[in-house]
Design a binder for this molecule. Sequence first.
Ligand code: GLC
Length: 739
Amino acid sequence: MKSLIILLFLILNSLFFSGYTKGQDKKRDFSVEVDSVLRLMTLEEKVGQMIQYSNNRLNTGPAINTNNVTEEVRTGRVGSVFNVLSVEHTRQYQDLAMQSRLKIPLLFGLDVVHGMKTTFPIPLAEAASFDLALMEKAAEISAAETSAYGIHWSFAPMVDISRDARWGRVMEGAGEDPWYGSQVAKARVKGFQGDSYEDRKTIMACAKHFAAYGAVVAGKDYSEADISENTLHNIYLPPFKAAVDAGVATLMNGFNEINGIPATAHKGLQRELLKQEWGFDGFVVSDWGSVSEIATHGMAKDNKEAAKLAVLAGCDMDMESMSYERNLVDLVNEGQLDIRFINDAVKRILTKKFELGLFDDPYGYTYRSNEIDDENIVSSYRTVARDIAVKSIVLLKNQQEVLPINPNVQKIALVGPLNKSRKDMLGSWVAVGTEDGVISVYEGLRTALPDVEITYIEGYDLETNELKTLPETDHFDLVIVAVGERAQESGEAKSKVDINVHKNQQQLVKTLKEESTSPVVTLLMGGRPLVFSDMEPLSDAILMTWWLGTEAGNAIADVLTGKHNPSGKLPMTFPKYIGQCPIYYGHKNTGRPWQPDNRYVTGYMDETVLPAYPFGFGLSYTDFEIGKPKTDRETYEMGDTVQVTVDVKNTGTRLGTETVQLYLRDMVSSVTRPVLELCGIQQVALSCGEEKRITFTLTTNDLGFYAAENKFVVEPGQFKLFAGNSSDNLESSSFELID
Ligand code: GLC
């Protein structure tokens, strides 16, 4: 009876003092309520909150859970269920949770990586837009749609820095740069979570995979990350720190080990750095079976020891592996695990349930399902999806200004099955998005050019890549051919040794060029940087169109027709040869920096060390002139701000948007630093002849880095600043930082 009175008090209390105050950083303190619930809980109920199961109608990993999830939920032994895809189904599960003794509500999660029902461009494509506000907006819409399905939590953003295109999961992230990856992490967390969960249109985000999953050896998924502490702190951790500083509610650890310690069992990262040093007050969930995989890694003799190591390391919730469910009660009762570790994890989990208002109303996220098919709402989401898709397209080549399509063009050959595919436009990790309603390239172009004769030619078999007989093509004014990988060739468990565009597809481009007098425009599609050295010279123009989601066809047509002047920039270096991977602009100078025609320098004897297309590269239908970065002083002291101005001019023939990139180089430091580090971006739209002076403001803290013993330092000395529209096209200036 006493427990029910206390619980009633709690619910009444949180009704009148709901957790909602504007600004997630000013969120209400629920420690009183959480402690009161904790006092009511048995050890079994506490462990129950640390357990998450997939609703096994949609397995996003190898099926390992053999429990009866509904019975476990009804008896209060589950804290969260994920992969539930409808309001009705969440209500059914919540009904079961309300039958348990303490009626602690469930959390529902899902991988909403780039959209729930409205599918946005894959995250790597969105990152190519370099439009942080738009990426935040896309995450906000994803949250609004996800919450309308009764779901409280997305396992996104994936913030793993990735520099090896052989790794299939590069499609889920923001590319190779730590600074930019940090900005994107912040934007996506704020988009998902907003300032508050008050209107229940925002959801918890989850920065993943903590940490250094993108550093797996040779791009092999699930492999080990064997990197220096210095690289870990300067390259792979910053986006997680940015997510935590942005108030991210949860983190997910990973399958990989980092320097001999599986991420899920990594106490240094999860408990000491994340929770103690960074002050992270949310909770950490494992990745699928990663708790039990601690034993597979060889760091635990069995699941019981694995469960103990994971809890001690700071992994608060066990996804799918059943290791916590089967071992934690015994570990505590046998005196092998201090109950305080359980209490800490449970408090973290309960706090999020209070903040989401679930103790107010466990069904609070189930009242907006009417929005799911509301035409006006869906249409407004699609408008944003088209906008970010357009801005994600990167123009890699445009010889003789073949693009935009000349108004005199009357006959277009549209070649390749990817031009008709709707399903492939979605990419991986599509939540409830379906190909219904996706606009293919063929449909988009037809709508955009109603008076132009567009003839579709298959060219090759989408499944087998077998080439088809080509009809005569020399009577066309333009040939547009789509090549690349299938949507399901990137994502989890999709690492590849060969990231060349299929040789038959490259041969098709060659044949089209040789057999036709008309220009050939190549649409490159995929979830990662691809290698296409054979067909590159045969293409008059090349657009990287990634996987652009629901509005793909309209977005591609907008760029092909010039309705939108392409503004995308590469968030990842495109290698010229697979053998160059991993390849990235922010490399070290070495003692023998590469120079052409010099043998005894860093590089290869058989091929160039230079990429096909560098980080930050992307052409426009107009031209821009970017001047030298000018600092307001030549010398600065610690704590000063550095004002940097850069003049930008549109010297071309049409309105366009340029992403001006500011890079930094620390010329002499206590540990070596990259030859370039992105430290600022600004997008500026200019009409023909228009010129603007833009300003970047840096603090001396922006000049800092993690040095020996992982200590963050700002060291005096000479710095160089670079400004330009790509990491390989820069004007520079210098300044001095004095002690
Ligand atoms: C997968 C992925 C992870 C995802 C989780 C749940 O294995 O690694 O990113 O969030 O399982 O689907």
